[in-house]
Design a binder for this molecule. Structure first.
Ligand code: NAG
Ligand code: NAG
Ligand code: NAG
Ligand code: NAG
Ligand code: NAG
Ligand code: NAG
Ligand code: NAG
Length: 618
């Protein structure tokens, strides 16, 4: 690139000096410039003011005309649960409530037992409610909020349309937006205790638990077709384990949420577990102990986890599979797996729910799993040692789940040889687990440059001690390429704008795992955004560049590379609680944390407009 720029400068300077035509013959970077450019013709003319753009408004999704069903309704499906369901309600856990006043202390699922779950979790500096304590009725979005912003000067130049069944949507997760963590029967999740210092907690966040109707209305007004959200396990089953009663208020909440999405003309995508694992699974554990793999201990390795998760998943499918076309069992399981047993449990639990969904309920929607991963790109693709490092990185983050689930193949050797306690799957297990995901969910936020550590991979992999910071991946990860440049434009956090790597990543995933790829999350926290004035936060051009370039590359992957990309879900539809932080804003709406007002950012319009302009017409 730098060579090309240099030669163009020389070329233009020489041409101006001689006052000759500049031709573009032989210049391949601008294929659109086939005509010679004339010399300038300076002249004086009258001036008048003009508006640069005519006003345009976001186009709302059309009202629903048909309702499809994807599985049996509750009354039919419930017959396929092994135990009969009992229901109950519990109420609210309020701050400073240290004394259990309930008298039903003999009931294992009574009010006293419910309160004691909160007491045991001992969450710090708890605040119960923000502004709301009941569901807020929605109001229509005024058209003045739906005027498109000025376009950025540079933009996509492609001529592709999205395939007709392409899923375009936005995503969020329960604990990051709902708030109301102790209200209406919910019990503690790991996330209430994740932040042990004075950084923000998930107690209130965006109060989406009460504001969901308005939040959905705002998405529909922007023309968003799919809304991807997660369900809070401890709202559905406060006592978590099989045989414990279902929380009527929790079921009613998500039942209504799904119906509100459908009534708005949108479709729901539901994730069963997005990090907010029940606190119970780690109650007796040291949650600050160093993981063998991943970042946090969510208790997936607990010996009671698989049966409990499968029971919870079946209860969700029983209630909602009739109306939900796309299900995700686990969000980014690696990050909270903690150790090999955690990974192994996720693989088994996922497969059981896939079989239940398709083989027992005969449901006709799609169910899959979605992974975290920064694409590991070799520092130098012509260097075998760098390529081996990148392969290992992909294997340990993706292959560990995807080998068995998508290909019926054994856990990668890198996992079996590195992680303490790792054991291979039996032939019988592999047969049961093979091909148990309808799509390959991936959250390809960015890319990372990968190479081998100085002492080599094997020496690193043999050293599981806490002083070995590279364990267990044992590859060097960098944000600069081999020439010393950043890999892309940097955000507030780990995300760099790397659209061309997204395209090669999609190519890799489709051709390695042979299933349609669902981009389950992608997004960009603009650097320092939260420190800016509101109007400056709203004009978020870097985020627009991120989204439009990624979407352009997705279209190229589909049409030029033959990659089956099933859809793309933007993270996130509003700024939210980012695990102890409100500074890394991934949202396409600003949220005022005092008033809970939402404001559309420019990128939301730009992304919706990009997709709207590329709907395939028959
Ligand atoms: C709780 O609040 C106190 C006083 O503001 C603060 O010092 C402490 O760090 C907070 N603890 C947590 C876990 O938030
Ligand atoms: C594992 O989960 C069970 C609840 O099913 C809990 O009683 C136990 O304490 C957990 N184990 C650890 C080490 O936290
Ligand atoms: C928990 O793990 C941390 C980090 O390994 C360690 O420093 C701490 O001593 C452990 N606490 C207990 C009670 O074992
Ligand atoms: C699903 O199909 C199987 C096999 O045909 C059948 O036994 C089962 O009853 C069906 N389940 C439902 C919910 O209809
Ligand atoms: C995986 O499942 C799909 C859908 O049921 C089927 O079309 C495909 O043949 C299966 N692939 C393998 C390798 O079993
Ligand atoms: C490949 O990269 C490694 C560092 O990752 C380096 O030590 C080695 O010399 C490189 N090999 C070649 C052939 O450039
Ligand atoms: C939130 O809204 C209030 C009331 O309109 C306003 O005073 C405050 O400045 C806003 N906060 C931010 C961070 O914009």
């Amino acid at each position: 690139m730098r060579t090309a720029l240099l030669s163009i400068t020389v070329f233009v300077a020489a041409a101006q000096a001689q006052q000759v035509y500049i031709t573009t013959a032989g210049y391949t970077d601008r294929p659109q410039c086939s005509q010679p450019t004339a010399s300038p013709h300076y002249r004086l003319q009258p001036f008048s003011y003009t508006l640069q753009e005519t006003v345009r408004y976001a186009t709302s999704v059309p009202a629903p005309t048909t309702t499809r069903t994807y599985g049996p309704v509750y009354t039919d499906a419930v017959k396929y649960l092994s135990a009969s369901l009992s229901t109950s309600t519990w109420g609210n856990w309020l701050p400073n409530r240290t004394v259990i006043t309930a008298t039903d202390t003999k009931d294992p699922y009574g009010q006293a037992a419910w309160s004691s779950l909160w007491q045991q979790a001992d969450i710090k500096n708890y605040t119960a409610t923000g502004l709301y304590s009941t569901t807020v009725s929605p109001t229509p979005i005024p058209s003045s909020e739906l005027v498109l912003p000025p376009r950025d000067y540079w933009g996509p130049t492609d001529c592709y349309n999205f395939p007709e069944n392409f899923i375009f949507g936005v995503a969020g997760s329960a604990a990051q937006i709902e708030g109301a963590v102790g209200l209406e029967g919910r019990t503690p999740s790991l996330l209430e205790n994740l932040i042990q210092d004075d950084r923000p907690k998930d107690y209130i966040t965006n109060e989406n638990y009460f504001l969901y109707k308005q939040d959905i209305e705002r998405l529909a007004a922007m023309g968003v077709k799919y809304y991807s959200f997660s369900i809070s396990w401890t709202r559905i089953l406060p006592f978590v384990l099989p045989g414990s009663p279902v929380n009527e208020q929790g079921i009613a909440h998500y039942d209504d949420l799904i119906n509100v999405v459908l009534d708005a003309g949108m479709l729901p995508i539901v994730t069963m577990l997005h990090f907010d694992s029940p606190w119970m699974f780690v109650a007796d554990d040291n949650i600050t102990a160093r993981p063998d793999i991943g970042y946090n201990n969510a208790g997936y390795q607990n010996e009671t986890f698989v049966e409990a998760f499968v029971n919870y998943g079946k209860i969700l499918l029983t209630h909602f599979a009739d109306r939900v076309p796309v299900w995700v069992t686990f969000n980014e399981p690696l990050l909270y797996s903690f150790n090999f047993a955690g990974i192994d449990n996720v693989v088994h639990a996922h497969a059981e729910l896939y079989h239940y969904y398709h083989d027992t309920l005969n449901a006709t929607g799609q169910i899959g799993i979605k992974f975290n991963d920064n694409f590991g790109v070799p520092r130098d693709p012509s260097n075998a040692s760098d390529v081996a490092a990148a392969d290992r990185f992909q294997e340990m983050q993706l292959g560990v789940f995807a080998n068995p689930i998508f290909l019926g193949r054994q856990y990668p050797d890198s996992i079996l040889n590195t992680l303490p306690g790792a054991r291979p799957l039996s032939e019988e297990e592999l047969t049961y687990i093979a091909n148990t995901s309808d799509f390959f969910g991936i959250d390809p936020y960015t890319a990372t440059v990968v190479s081998q550590p100085a002492g080599g991979i094997d020496a690193c992999a043999a050293d599981a001690s806490a002083s070995n910071a590279l364990f267990p991946y044992c590859v060097v990860q960098e944000t600069k390429n081999i020439y010393g440049w950043n890999i892309g434009y940097r955000s507030q956090s780990y995300v760099y704008i790397t659209p061309t790597y997204l395209r090669s990543y999609l190519f890799y995933l489709w051709n390695t795992f042979h299933h349609p790829v669902l981009v389950g999350e992608f997004g960009f926290p603009v650097f320092g955004e939260s420190l800016k004035e509101l109007s400056d936060q709203l004009f978020d051009s870097p985020r627009s560049v991120y989204y439009l370039s990624y979407m352009s590359e997705i279209l190229k992957a589909i049409y030029e590379d033959g990659v089956h990309v099933m859809g793309a879900l933007a993270w996130s539809f509003m700024d939210n609680w980012e695990f102890g932080d409100y500074g890394a804003q991934f949202g396409m709406q600003v949220v005022n944390r005092t008033t809970q007002e939402r404001f559309y950012k420019k990128s939301f319009f730009d992304l919706a407009d990009f997709v709207g302009a590329r709907q395939r017409r028959a």
